[in-house]
Structure formats: structure tokens, C-alpha cells
Design a protein. Structure first.
Length: 536
């Protein structure tokens, strides 16, 4: 029995360690080695010596700053409204605003293209297509939920009696907010801003489609250099620059977090009164920002030459010359890959969660940080690393069908860990001791106590992994164009890249189907939260 227990502990330790080393550390390390090209650092010299690439890096930075500022300007008022809602209403409002955030970037880009077409903003007096304004609008749409969820959760827990005291002493609403409320909200605002900036800095699908060839970020330039121009050395150098920038952003965010003062929180789930004009104004902004692109997407998917119908949906069963298989095959592939990726993420994530919760402190910290790194690394860099690293036997996975769900699982594992670890840590040790006193061994204690409780967090994390896999595009875009590897986001991107109303209509129909699948996953996640408190 002791030997069996030791083997089980070793297996729990080896599963996440081997997964991280093979599919993250080795590919990303290969990118770094090729990008540095020691000792001469030629790829880095090429990057910083090129005026075009310096312009790309500058555009990547300032568009991320503007995207963050615009998202905060729109999201903070909405967060104030959501924070004052009742607990049940707040949960469902947060679920609705989260749907755009988890939508695939190609779907978001397609939705805004449709809005531009419908309102004459494509080639009319006001042109937004292939402009920086289109990118900024899409980033606000995409990241709106980050600000609302993070700030409203923190805001709802503040003791609002301080604001009431300030008002009694004669302070205006603006003075009360600026002098009393906002200083206490700074930790949440800073955290939300850091996440929005990181997502905007590493944005791929939105910039690739809405920005066009005239606007390129580091992310899209890596893709074009590697896939279109076959300049692997230059792409590796640019990827190293991006990795360094992302690491610096993460370290800066951590340093700022440590310098912030702690805030006393008083949880008040009851709703608080709202001025009707403030509520109406925020509801109108939310409906316009989030609802118009989605409604335009649905309307375009059923629009035909002489009215409305389901012609574009029926055409999905037929193969076009642009795709290696029919769109229906892409749907089946995406669902299949998402299921497999979810299983892998749950297996690796559960094993890692056990190490983080019950392992030695040093090992636990290494696993906790190591398996969170894929979230801070761009999907394009991971896909590029797979392209250049896993290309020789016995590690030639580039043409394997398994590489798609494995790449998707890399991003899903951190979600599983963040959902399971808090649940495991919340288990009362006395409950385990009581079961052990009744004669249960360690394995039975785990099976009868820990696993049923951890299962709820595991289900929520699995829901996140499934939704992320359905919409993943960055890493998948580097894989070969084979029928059995075609996913819905990849099919949408290829259909949107060609002129023709029929092809665009099919792309919109595919986007609506994918949107429904992702929205269903989000709603299931929120229903799981009613019984499980997680880190998300």
C-alpha cells in the first residue's frame, strides 16, 4: 500500500510536469533560442534595425494604451451599476456581458465588419474598416467584461456607509466618488487595466481582420513573417521581443499590486438604489456596444438577396474551394477538439491542483507559476513554437491531429487550476480527520471527501477550457491546412478573407453557431458558480 501511494503521488507530479515541459517550455524555449541566435543576436538586431518593425512595436504599444483607456471610460460607469444590483440579478448581468469576452476574436471582427457594412461605414463618408478606430472599438467590445466583472465584484464589497457620511457632510456626488470611492477602488481598477492592456497588446484576430495590411501589431507581424513570408528567423526575433515585453508587464503589475494598501471589505449582497437616468444611460451604452454587433451578426447570417432565409446555413454543408472541408466538418472538428482539450485540461489541471494544494511549498509555487505562464504568453508565440520545435521525430507533432487539442488545453489548464485550488483549500481538515477516524485510508478519504467537493470546481474550470478551445485561433492558425484540422475560427477567417456575399453570409452563419455554443458554455459556468466559489 505505501508503494502504491508513492507511485500515485509520483504520477500526479509527473503528468503536469511532463505536459508543461513538452508542449510549453520546449516550444517557447526553441523560439527564444532561435530569436537570440547566440552569440551574435542577429535576429534581434534585425528587429530593432528595421524601421518597419520599430513602427509595428510602437503601434502595438500606443493602440493598447488607447484601448485600455477607452475600455475603462466605458466600463467603470457600468461597474458602478452592476455593483448595486441584487446578487442574483448581478450574476446574470455578469454572465451576459461575459459572452462577448469569450467570443472568438474572428467572430468579433466579423461582427464589426457587418456593422460597418450595414451602417455605411465601410466605404462611405465615414470609413472605419481597416482603421485604428475599428480596432479600438472591437477591443472595447471584447474587454468590456473584464472591467465590469473585476471592478463590480470589488465595488459591491465596499462599505458604502463612508460615501453616505461624506454626502451628509456636504460633499457632492463627484467629490464623494473622487475622494472616497475611487481611492478604495484603485486596486481593482489597476488589476482590470493591466489585464485589458495585456489582451490588447497581444490581440491577434481583431487586428488581423479589422486592421488589414496597413495596421500590424507584433502578434500579427509574427504570423505574417512566419506563415506568409517564411521568415522564421525574423519571426523568432520579434517573438522574443514580445515575450520580454509581456514578462515586463507581468512583473510591473505584480510590483504595483504589492505596493497597494489593503482595503477593508464588507460584503453587502442587497441592492442599493440607483438613479433612473444613470441606470438608463448605462443600459443604453451596454445594449449599443454589445448588442448592435451581435444583432448585426445574426441579421447578416439570415439575409439573402431578396429577403431573409436560412440559405447560408444550408450552404454550410457544401465545400467551397477556399476550405479543405465543409463548414459542417469544421463544426464537428471544433466540438471534438474542445471535448478532448477539456479532458486533457481537467486531467492535467486536477493533478497540478493537488500538487499546488498538498505538495511541498517550493514545488507548489513552481507548478502554480509554471502552469499559469501559458495565459501570459500569446497564442501566436505558442503556435509558432510548435511549428519550429515539434517538427522532428520522435517529437514530430505538427501533422498529428492531437496537436490541436493539446495546444488548446495549454490555455485551458490555468483556468482549471484557478477553479480547483480554492475549492481544495476550502475543505475543512476536520472532515478528512473524521473520515480517517472511521477507518478510511488516504485513497478513500480522497475518493469520498476531496473528489466530490473538488468536482464542482473542476466542472467550472472544464467549462472555461471548453469555451476557450472552441474559439482558439492564434495557435491553430500555424497548423497545416488539412481537412481533419480545420476548426470553425479558421474557417471563418478564410471565408472573411475573400470577396463575395455568399461567402460572407456563410462566415456569419458559422460565427452565429460558434457564438451560441460559447454563450451556452458561459451560462453553464455561471450556473455552476451558484454552488461553487472559484478564483474567477
Amino acid at each position: 500500500m505505501p508503494r502504491a501511494a508513492g507511485l500515485a503521488r509520483g504520477l500526479v507530479l509527473m503528468i503536469p510536469a511532463a505536459f508543461l515541459a513538452l508542449f510549453y517550455c520546449y516550444p517557447v524555449g526553441s523560439v527564444i533560442v532561435r530569436g537570440l541566435a547566440l552569440p551574435d543576436l542577429a535576429p534581434l538586431g534585425e528587429v530593432f534595425g528595421s524601421p518597419r518593425l520599430r513602427e509595428v512595436m510602437w503601434f502595438t504599444s500606443w493602440q493598447a494604451v488607447l484601448s485600455t483607456a477607452a475600455t475603462l471610460a466605458v466600463g467603470l460607469p457600468a461597474a458602478s451599476v452592476v455593483a448595486r444590483l441584487g446578487l442574483r440579478v448581478r450574476r446574470w448581468v455578469r454572465a451576459l456581458v461575459t459572452v462577448p469576452f469569450v467570443l472568438p476574436t474572428v467572430v468579433v471582427a466579423g461582427a464589426f465588419q457587418t456593422v460597418f457594412d450595414r451602417f455605411g461605414l465601410h466605404d462611405g463618408a465615414i470609413q472605419l474598416h481597416h482603421t485604428v478606430w475599428a480596432i479600438l472599438l472591437a477591443h472595447v467590445f471584447f474587454n468590456y467584461a473584464v472591467v465590469v466583472r473585476v471592478v463590480s465584484t470589488y465595488w459591491a464589497g465596499l462599505d458604502h456607509r463612508l460615501e453616505e457620511q461624506a454626502r451628509v457632510l456636504g460633499a457632492s456626488r463627484w467629490t464623494t466618488w473622487w475622494e472616497v470611492t475611487f481611492p478604495r477602488l484603485r486596486p481593482a481598477v489597476a488589476a482590470a487595466a493591466a489585464v485589458v492592456f495585456l489582451f490588447s497588446f497581444t490581440s491577434f484576430g481583431v487586428v488581423l481582420i479589422l486592421g488589414g495590411p496597413r495596421h500590424s501589431t507584433i502578434e500579427t507581424e509574427i504570423y505574417r513573417m512566419a506563415v506568409t513570408r517564411s521568415d522564421l528567423s525574423g519571426a523568432a526575433g520579434l517573438a522574443v521581443v514580445q515575450l520580454g515585453a509581456v514578462l515586463a508587464l507581468i512583473l510591473l503589475s505584480t510590483w504595483l499590486e504589492r505596493r497597494r494598501p489593503t482595503t477593508t471589505m464588507v460584503w453587502r449582497p442587497e441592492s442599493r438604489p440607483l438613479a433612473w437616468h444613470w441606470l438608463t444611460a448605462n443600459a443604453a451604452v451596454m445594449a449599443t456596444l454589445l448588442g448592435v454587433p451581435i444583432l448585426a451578426l445574426v441579421e447578416r447570417s439570415v439575409a439573402t438577396g431578396d429577403g431573409y432565409g436560412f440559405d447560408h446555413y444550408r450552404a454550410l454543408g457544401e465545400r467551397t474551394r477556399l476550405l479543405p472541408a465543409s463548414a459542417v466538418t469544421a463544426i464537428v472538428n471544433s466540438i471534438t477538439f474542445a471535448v478532448v482539450a477539456t479532458i486533457i485540461a481537467m486531467l492535467v489541471g486536477l493533478s497540478a491542483s493537488l500538487v499546488v494544494t498538498y505538495g511541498q511549498r517550493a514545488i507548489a509555487r513552481v507548478f502554480d507559476l509554471g502552469l499559469t505562464l501559458p495565459l501570459g504568453t500569446s497564442a501566436v508565440t505558442i503556435g509558432f513554437g510548435i511549428l519550429i520545435a515539434l517538427d522532428t521525430k520522435p517529437l514530430d507533432f505538427r501533422t498529428s491531429t492531437w496537436i490541436v487539442p493539446v495546444a488548446h488545453a495549454l490555455v485551458g489548464v490555468p483556468f482549471v487550476i484557478r477553479c480547483v485550488v480554492p475549492v481544495l483549500r476550502s475543505i475543512d481538515p476536520g472532515l478528512r480527520e473524521a473520515v480517517a477516524v472511521l477507518g478510511a485510508d488516504d485513497r478513500r478519504v480522497w475518493r469520498e471527501v476531496d473528489l466530490p467537493i473538488a468536482g464542482r470546481g473542476l466542472a467550472v474550470g472544464g467549462g472555461f477550457a471548453f469555451a476557450v478551445s472552441l474559439g482558439e485561433f492564434g495557435a491553430t492558425s500555424f497548423l497545416p491546412r488539412r481537412a481533419d484540422l480545420l476548426t470553425v475560427p479558421t474557417a471563418i477567417f478564410r471565408l472573411l478573407g475573400q470577396p463575395g456575399e455568399a461567402l460572407r453570409g456563410q462566415a456569419m452563419a458559422l460565427a452565429v453557431i460558434l457564438m451560441v455554443l460559447v454563450a451556452a458554455s458561459v451560462l453553464l459556468i455561471e450556473s455552476g458558480r451558484s454552488t461553487t466559489e472559484t478564483a474567477f
